[in-house]
Design a protein around this ligand. Structure first.
Ligand code: G3P
Ligand code: MG
Length: 373
């Protein structure tokens, strides 16, 4: 039988635990909640209306394309429970720790959504979105006139002559690119020229390239999995190698990278602390997001601060990202694999076996309640 939520809070105080939820394929498919996802989250609150949380939980997704606060507001709308920005870790959240390095340099943001606003919110000062960047170069996309959705009003006097001001110091692929053909072309141009398209061969080194995640596929609304950012990376890498002759240099974040799980531990502890110090009071979304731990952490060398949580449950649908990452980090992570997204098999995944396999997120919460009891 399922334990009630008041049982859970008793056990939380005795033996602190937290939960990290994957989003796509666990809670949502596109914009639609999966099964009893809203009810599952509601079980973690003492009082949903007043945003009184009693089990610390966060969202740990490889998705993105909007700020953490915007995503928190959207998740609140879609899932029917009050969600604070501190509870949201997106694929691109670790980029915050890179803003000092590129603060006053011109960087290119790529991907769906408000990816320029995202980087600006992390402290990057000179961000140009790829959709605007292409406007600076006449005929950079030879197929543009065949794209009825692109406004064809550009007059030649609007086109700038390539100048060193346009030079790109780093490229950030923040979310799934929308126009793959154009973006593959333009990124190859930027990367092979040392940052300024139009110069085919250049002595300048390839600008640093960062990907927010590397999922080959993910579960969206369509019944069969869709290509993710990892598929785009593969396409770019292959084309770059073919035309330039040497391998593409890049760095990717997102699950299953250990650094992301360490950031999640910090976030969860932060949420748990707010819960303890403000017990009975709601977490407010006005409190500063992703908080100081991300600003100070240098990605790649996260401080190995002791995690006060005895168990962190990772509820995910993708064995290769969600589960592989939790296995890689080990304690206090405990992985729960659901069958509502990428994974649908009757048996556990052979390569990345989860600690527990359940049908859906509701069953996952049942299991946690029992396990903590
Ligand atoms: O584009 C989103 C996808 O890469 C994965 O999202 O929530 O399953 O980590 P999620
Ligand atoms: Mg997923």
């Amino acid at each position: 039988a399922s334990r009630s939520i008041s049982d859970l809070v008793v056990f939380f105080n005795r033996n602190p635990f937290g939960i990290a939820f994957d989003i796509d394929g666990v809670l949502l498919r596109g914009r639609e909640p999966i099964g009893r996802a809203p009810e599952s989250l509601a079980r973690l609150y003492k009082d949903v209306k007043n945003a009184e949380l009693q089990v610390p939980y966060i969202f740990l997704t490889n998705g993105g394309g909007m700020t953490e606060s915007a995503r928190a507001a959207e998740l609140t709308r879609l899932l029917g429970v009050p969600i604070a920005a501190q509870q949201v870790l997106l694929g691109h959240s670790p980029f915050m720790s890179l803003s000092h390095r590129f603060k006053s340099k011109r960087v290119l943001s790529v991907g769906k959504g408000a990816v320029d606003e995202v980087l600006a919110s992390y402290g990057f000062r000179k961000v140009v979105k790829i959709d605007e960047y292409v406007e600076e170069f006449d005929s950079i996309d030879p197929l543009e006139s065949y794209k009825p959705w692109v406004k064809q009003s550009k007059s030649s006097r609007d086109i700038l002559m390539p100048s060193s001001d346009q030079k790109i110091s780093a490229v950030f692929v923040c979310s799934d690119p929308v126009d793959w053909g154009r973006d593959l072309q333009v990124l190859c141009d930027v990367l092979r020229s040392g940052g300024l398209p139009g110069e085919a061969e250049s002595e300048s080194p390839q600008p640093p390239l960062f990907f927010a995640a590397d999922d080959l596929e993910y579960q969206a609304k369509f019944p069969v999995t869709r290509f993710g950012m990892g598929a785009f990376r593969l396409a770019l890498e292959t084309l770059y190698k073919e035309v330039v002759g040497h391998p593409l240099a890049y760095h990717s974040y997102g699950k299953p990278k250990a650094v992301v799980y360490k950031l999640a531990e910090n976030s969860l502890q932060h949420v748990a602390k707010l819960l303890n110090t403000k017990h009975g009071k709601p977490l407010t979304s006005t409190e500063k997001v992703v908080s100081s731990h991300l600003e100070s952490a240098t990605v790649g060398e996260v401080n190995e601060e002791h995690c006060a949580l005895k168990t962190i449950y990772m509820i995910g649908d993708n064995p290769e990202t969600d589960i592989a990452g939790a296995i890689g980090v080990g304690r206090p992570w405990f992985s729960i694999l659901v069958r509502t997204g990428c994974f649908r098999e009757p048996e556990n995944h052979p390569l990345y076996p989860a600690d527990k396999v359940v049908e859906d997120v509701y069953e996952a919460i049942d299991f946690i309640a029992q396990n903590e009891g």
